[in-house]
Design a protein around this ligand. Structure first.
Ligand code: NAD
Ligand code: TDX
Length: 355
C-alpha cells in the first residue's frame, strides 16, 4: 500500500523542509499537511509545492479532534511536528504552549490510537527536543545528553514538550501504539522564522540593524542542518524501533558569541554590530547531543551540517530570498491569511462542534 503521511505543522520551518524532502525522496508517497498557520507557519514556505493527488494542505488546529480524526482516518502514518516553538514567547505566555504542545499531542495520540489500533498498523513519529533534558554545565565539555539522561526542562516551552514526549511514551506503554520519539538539537536552514537566532541575526545584519546577544553570549547550542534532521525523521519513520527514543545531533557545538562572530564574518561586518542585551530568563547554558544510538542502530549520519559550508549556504539562502523574510518580518502574510481564511479563535477550537 502507498504510504499516506499526515505531517502536522508542515508550514513551519522543519515541516516545510520535511514536506519537500519526502516528496523528493519518496515520490510515490502521499502527504496531508495540517497547519494552523500561527505566526511561524507560512504557506509561502511551500509555494513551490502544488496541491495535487500527492499533496494536500488543510488549515486547522491539531486540538480539533473531529478534524484530526478524519485526517488520520485517511493516512497510514503521522509525523507530528506542529507546536509552539519559541522559548521567549513561552516565557511571555505559556498558555498557547500547553494548548498546542500538550493538548494538541494528546488529541493526535487519541485519534491515532483509534484508527491505527482498528487497522493494526500505523506509526507516529513525534518531534520532541533536546531542551527536555535541561542544561549542561559549561565546565563539563565531556558531558552530553543521551536518551537515558533525566528530563529536567527549565522553561515553559521545554516543559510542554517534555509533557508531550511523556504522553507519547505512555500511549506506547499503555496501549501499544507504534510510536517513535526524536529529540533533536537546534536546527538551521532555509525558511526558519526570523525570531530564532540565526535567521534573526542574518536578516538584521542584511537590514543594517544590530544583533541582540543575550547575556554573556557563552551559552552553547548544538547545530544541525534541517536536511539532516529531515533524513533522520524519514529514517525513524521507516526503520526506527517501535517505542524507542532517538537523539539527533551533528556534533556541532558553538557558543552564541562564536555563532555571531561567524555570521559577522560571512556577511563582512564587524563586532560593532553586536548589542549585548539582558539575558533570557532561565537561559539554559549548554545543550549537547550524543546521537550514537541513531548512528549505530539505524546507520544514520549527518552529512549536510558541517560548518562553515552549511552556515554559509544558509546565509546565502536568506540573501537570495529577501522578499520572503521581509514579508515575514512585516507580517504581510498574516494579513493575507486573515482575509483568505479568517483567523481561528482559540476558545472556538475547544468546542468539538466548532467545525
Ligand atoms: P515552527 O514554529 O517553525 O513551526 C511549527 C508549525 O506548527 C507552524 O507552521 C505552526 O503554524 C504549526 N502549529 C503550531 N500550533 C499548531 C496547532 N495547534 N495546530 C496546527 N498547527 C500548529 O517550528 P519548527 O522549528 O519547524 O519545529 C517543528 C517541531 O520540531 C516542533 O515540534 C519543535 O518543538 C521541534 N524541534 C524544533 C527544533 C528546532 O531547532 N527548530 C529542534 C528540536 C525539535
Ligand atoms: O535574539 C536572540 N539573542 C540570543 O542571544 C535570540 C532569539 C536568541 N539568542 C540566544 C538564545 C539561545 O541561547 O541564541 C540561542 C538560540 O536561541 P533560539 O534560536 O531562540 O533557540 P533555542 O532557545 O535554543 O531553542 C531552539 O532549539 C530547540 C528552538 O527554538 C526550539 O524549538 C528547539 O526545540
Amino acid at each position: 500500500m502507498t504510504r499516506h503521511v499526515l505531517i502536522t505543522g508542515g508550514c513551519g520551518f522543519i515541516g516545510s523542509n520535511f514536506v519537500r524532502y519526502v516528496r523528493a525522496q519518496r515520490p510515490a508517497w502521499r502527504i496531508t499537511n495540517i497547519d494552523k498557520l500561527t505566526e511561524a507557519g507560512n504557506l509561502q514556505n511551500l509555494a513551490d509545492v502544488p496541491e495535487d493527488e500527492r499533496y494536500r494542505f488543510v488549515m486547522g488546529d491539531i486540538c480539533d479532534a473531529p478534524l484530526v480524526g478524519r485526517l488520520i482516518h485517511d493516512c497510514t502514518d503521522i509525523v507530528h511536528l506542529a507546536a509552539e516553538t519559541h522559548v521567549d514567547r513561552s516565557i511571555m505566555d505559556a498558555r498557547p504552549f500547553i494548548h498546542s504542545n500538550v493538548l494538541g499531542t494528546q488529541t493526535i495520540l487519541d485519534a491515532a490510537l483509534r484508527t491505527f489500533e482498528a487497522r493494526s498498523s500505523g506509526r507516529l513519529v513525534f518531534a520532541s527536543t533536546d531542551e527536555v533534558y535541561g542544561s549542561l554545565p559549561l565546565d563539563r565539555p565531556d558531558l552530553k545528553f543521551t536518551e537515558d539522561s533525566p528530563l529536567r526542562p527549565n522553561n515553559p516551552y521545554s516543559a510542554s514538550k517534555a509533557a508531550a514526549d511523556m504522553m507519547v511514551r505512555a500511549y506506547h506503554e499503555t496501549f501499544g501504539l507504534d510510536c517513535v520519539v526524536t529529540r533533536c538539537c537546534n536546527n538551521f536552514g532555509p525558511n526558519q522564522f526570523p525570531e530564532k537566532v540565526i535567521p534573526l541575526f542574518v536578516t538584521n545584519l542584511l537590514e543594517g540593524k544590530h544583533v541582540p546577544l543575550y547575556g554573556d553570549g557563552k551559552n552553547v547550542r548544538d547545530w544541525i542542518h534541517v536536511e539532516d534532521y529531515c533524513s533522520a525523521l524519514l529514517t525513524m519513520l521507516e526503520r526506527g524501533q517501535s517505542g524507542a527514543t532517538y537523539n539527533v545531533g551533528a556534533n556541532n557545538e558553538r557558543s552564541n558569541l562564536e555563532l555571531t562572530r561567524e555570521l559577522l564574518r560571512v556577511l563582512g561586518q564587524g563586532p560593532d554590530m553586536i548589542r549585548h542585551v539582558a539575558d533570557r530568563l532561565g537561559h539554559d547554558r549548554r545543550y549537547a547531543i550524543d546521537a550514537t544510538k541513531l548512528e549505530t542502530e539505524l546507520s544514520w549520519q549527518a552529512t549536510r551540517s558541517a560548518w562553515p559550508e552549511a552556515l554559509e549556504r544558509t546565509v546565502r539562502w536568506y540573501q537570495d530570498n529577501e522578499s520572503w523574510w521581509r514579508a515575514v518580518k512585516s507580517g504581510v502574510y498574516k494579513d493575507y491569511y486573515r482575509r483568505q481564511y479568517g483567523l481561528f479563535d482559540e476558545a472556538e477550537m475547544d468546542s468539538p462542534s466548532a467545525r
